[in-house]
Ligand binder design. Structure first.
Ligand SMILES: [Fe+2]
Length: 72
């Protein structure tokens, strides 16, 4: 028998949480984390774009560097 607890809730809803944060505080934290996540994705895609579009004498070094930072 599995002791795994089923955890599923509708997107955009805030329910009771293991940290026992008040719903309003949990919503504020979720909004801040969603903003950080969106910013991280934007940065990732900007770095990847530069990885593809870099030109010039230092192309190889910059291309390889940007490849490494977008894979970590
Ligand atoms: Fe590449």
């Amino acid at each position: 028998m599995s002791s795994q607890k089923k955890s599923q809730q509708s997107a955009g809803t805030v329910e009771e949480n293991a940290l026992r944060l008040e719903k309003e505080k949990a919503e504020q934290i979720i909004d801040a984390l969603n903003t950080d996540l969106a910013d991280a994705y934007v940065l990732y895609h900007q770095l990847h774009k530069h990885h593809w579009n870099v030109e010039g004498a230092e192309f190889r070094d910059i291309h390889v560097f940007l490849q490494q930072v977008t894979r970590t």
